[in-house]
Design a protein around this ligand. Structure first.
Ligand code: FES
Length: 356
């Protein structure tokens, strides 16, 4: 009997296992049909001290706008510290002081807004729990009207329109906070006027043309017909910011038959015995124009295929560049070396605001 019972139990156990096996589903596809937890509902509403005591509410309001003013002061102090402490290369003490004051000012600027906004929400904005049901993305007209109502209610409850000191100080803090970032970004550009730096290059009267990258001076007799030289100004390799200078002053030197050159009257004398020098910086977006087609006398920019005709003062014959490559007036000195007659007479490279 006992054995029989055991056999029945085992059979029941076996069939239970079978049921479990047969109802097993792939991971991630099981759906829970019943909610195992009872919704606890919202906790009872407890009014805050600022809801009950107008004096405390006034105190909280003062703290909020004080925090926003602290934010403004922090941002202004960061700019003042940046302007008042000039950085001297090699002077680490000044660098540390400037960095510390900048960090402190920016931290105050951001923390003032952040803490002020949280404190404002916690103490003065209406404390009411609400349940919002899910709904389709675009609401009905009624819903949209309700949204406007809620927005207006939010404005009324937060006191944004009514508490003018808080509102104005917050607007002031939001305006002042990005100012340190703008001032710091200015440092990414060249010292002095960026437009001025783009107007001129290293070239000057009498400066020798030298080979890139060796810096060897070039004699006119070295430049054979059809040859191309990549050129940098003499002395560039000794400059502190040689890459910046090279990015503006790089030149291509080409020798053509003098009769092939269609020289503009105002540029008479800018070339020497068929040798012409043009800026290597593309007038489209500033890539180096590095390809020369000897047969057609075309210079090609590999970036967007702008093509310049060397025989016709490097006018654009194809591609997105809108201006010819600027020409460097050249000559030879008494030793037969090629020299610049002056700097370029127009800004090199792509357009910028102040380019005439
Ligand atoms: S940079 Fe030369 S074509 Fe665009």
């Amino acid at each position: 009997m006992a054995q029989h019972d055991t056999g029945e139990k085992s059979a029941a156990a076996g069939s239970a296992v079978d049921r479990i096996e047969s109802s097993r589903v792939s991971p991630g596809t099981a759906v829970e049909l019943s909610d195992a937890f009872v919704n606890p509902g919202l906790p009872p509403h407890r009014p805050r001290v600022t809801d009950l005591n107008p004096k405390k509410a006034k105190q909280a309001e003062r703290r909020v706008y004080t925090l926003f003013y602290v934010s403004i002061i922090g941002s202004v102090a960061a700019v003042a510290a940046y302007a008042a402490i000039p950085l001297v290369p090699g002077d680490n003490a000044t660098l540390r002081l400037s960095t510390a004051l900048l960090g402190l000012g920016i931290a105050l600027g951001l923390l003032g807004i952040g803490i002020g906004a949280v404190y404002w929400a916690k103490t003065l904005m209406k404390a009411e729990e609400m349940v919002e049901m899910r709904h389709p993305t675009r609401g009905s007209d009624d819903t949209r009207e309700r949204a406007v109502e809620i927005f207006q209610l939010g404005n009324e409850e937060s006191g944004f329109g009514r508490r003018t000191l808080i509102r104005n100080s917050l607007i002031g803090a939001l305006i002042a906070t990005p100012i340190p970032a703008i001032v710091l970004f200015r440092d990414l550009g060249p010292a002095g006027s960026p437009a001025e730096a783009l107007m001129t290059t290293m070239w000057e009267t009498g400066m020798r043309l030298t080979q890139d990258p060796t810096g060897a001076a070039i004699r006119a007799s070295d430049v054979t017909l059809g040859s191309v030289f990549h050129v940098i100004p003499d002395g560039l390799l000794d400059k502190e910011h040689k890459l910046e200078e090279k990015a503006k002053a790089a030149v291509l030197l080409i020798r053509l038959k003098p009769e092939d050159i269609n020289e503009l009257p105002e540029r008479a004398g800018w070339s020497y015995d068929g040798i012409v020098a043009y800026s290597k910086i593309c007038t489209h977006v500033g890539c180096p124009v590095a390809l020369y087609e000897q047969q057609t006398h075309h210079l090609l920019c590999p970036c967007h295929q702008s093509t310049f005709d060397v025989t016709n003062h490097c006018e654009v014959i194809f591609g997105p560049a809108s201006r010819p490559l600027p020409q460097l007036p050249i000559s030879v000195d008494s030793d037969g070396y090629l020299i610049a007659q002056s700097d370029f007479l127009e800004p090199i490279g792509p357009s910028f605001w102040e380019r005439s």
